[in-house]
Write a protein that binds this ligand. Structure first.
Ligand SMILES: *Cc1c(COP(=O)(O)O)cnc(C)c1O
Length: 379
């Protein structure tokens, strides 16, 4: 049921939970004998963890990754018996969040290991994940340090990770040599943790093939319908449709200009739709059809989709408004009140992202709070 609020919204999101769960099932199936987790950090990549988590749980997901303990505490009541892993790990001072909410810290460094061990001696047994750096140089113990830890006879019996993990640097580029290198490094570490579950693959890693899957995969972006691999047709189903309303239609004669900095210049008599979305909504200024720095590097801006065809963005995106050139639509087709698709089934979110020099992940996680959200479908 469409609410009146949705039907009259200036801009709005339709979030298809059926597509979300189909995507998760597809990634779970692609993970072969490994089970797929669901990555729910950053409010489920901007889609809304309150809706995404129960839908993915109902579809069968039982392992969940979020970035920090606050996100984990928010997730806990949504997946009461799910395993929740905290990628940023434990700090001195936030131990209680882990013990009170049954959150599993990822141990990323010697310092975090010390914090965790101290927490164990104070509060008793608790599971953990050990993060091993195999080439990203972002987080994790070195393979050597992890192996030494595994073989340390003085290692406290209470330190027994339920999972070892590493993160791929170039999983979106299937032929990058770092993939095979990281795989080989991770295998060496996994050998030292015999019998402990292992996890290497994000979405892109799942597509790299069975040897990358180990026991648990961690797909994020693909579940949300985004591109996980560069240069191939995205096989996932779009989950989010963003739309915004035409506030006004204006005719600008040849030679005229529009938007800040007179950034749109029209060589022909043009019809322009002023649409209620701007950079405050996460429709980044860098997707502008003209008039922003970087535009030489990325010559064309974003497209919207209206009455069956793509319409180019023109001029600069402003805080609340954007201009689209609707001159090529049949006369009278574009009307005030119509909704333009900003991205969704017709305009892939990654295409808009590319126009702005960024990635679908960033478009989704910066969706603004003004959008009226409507969730459809379910597990
Ligand atoms: C975000 C994240 C993922 C998910 O990555 P996608 O590319 O979105 O599939 C997996 N693992 C770690 C460690 C992450 O930070």
């Amino acid at each position: 049921m469409l609410t009146p609020e949705f039907s009259s919204a200036s801009n709005r999101l339709t979030i298809d939970l059926g597509a979300l769960t189909d995507n998760w099932r597809a990634m779970n199936a692609r993970s072969g004998s490994a089970r797929a987790a669901a990555v729910l950090k950053a409010d489920a990549y901007g889609l809304g963890i309150d809706y995404a988590a129960p839908a993915l749980y109902a579809a069968g997901a039982r392992d969940f990754f979020v970035a920090n303990a606050e996100e984990g505490a928010e997730l806990r009541p949504l997946v009461p018996d799910g395993r929740i892993y905290i990628l940023a790990g434990m700090w001195p001072g936030n131990e209680a969040l882990f013990f009170d909410n049954g959150l599993v810290p990822v141990i990323n460094s010697d310092e975090q290991l010390a914090v965790f061990m101290a927490a164990l001696s104070e509060r008793g047994d608790h599971p953990c994940v050990l993060h091993i750096d195999t080439g990203m140089n972002r987080l994790g113990l070195s393979v050597e340090a992890a192996t030494a830890l595994a073989n340390d006879p003085a290692r406290p019996a209470s330190f027994s990770p339920v999972l070892i993990m590493s993160h791929l640097t170039c999983a979106d580029e299937p032929h990058h040599p770092l993939n095979a290198y990281q795989l080989q490094r991770f295998r060496a570490a996994a050998a030292a943790f015999d019998g402990v579950d292992a996890s290497l693959a994000n979405s892109g890693g799942v597509f790299l093939g069975a040897e990358y899957h180990f026991d648990l995969t961690r797909p994020g972006i693909a579940v949300y319908g985004g591109e996980a691999v560069n240069g191939v047709v995205n096989p996932m189903t779009p989950v989010v449709t963003a739309e915004a309303r035409i506030v006004q239609i204006r005719d600008v004669p040849a030679g005229g200009t529009a938007s800040y900095g007179a950034s749109a210049r029209f060589e022909r008599d043009s019809r322009i739709a002023t649409v209620a979305v701007g950079y405050a909504d996460g429709y980044h200024r860098s997707v502008s059809g003209g008039g922003v720095t970087l535009r030489q590097a990325m010559p064309s801006g974003a497209f919207g989709f209206l009455h069956g065809r793509p319409v180019p963005h023109v001029g600069r995106v402003t805080m609340d408004l954007s201009l689209f050139d609707v001159t090529d639509l049949p006369p009278g087709a574009a009307r005030p009140g119509d909704y333009i698709e900003l991205f969704g089934r017709n305009i892939p979110v990654d295409d808009v992202a590319r126009a702005g020099g960024t990635i679908g992940y960033e478009m989704l996680t910066s969706l603004g709070r003004r959008y009226v959200r409507h969730y459809v479908g379910g597990a």
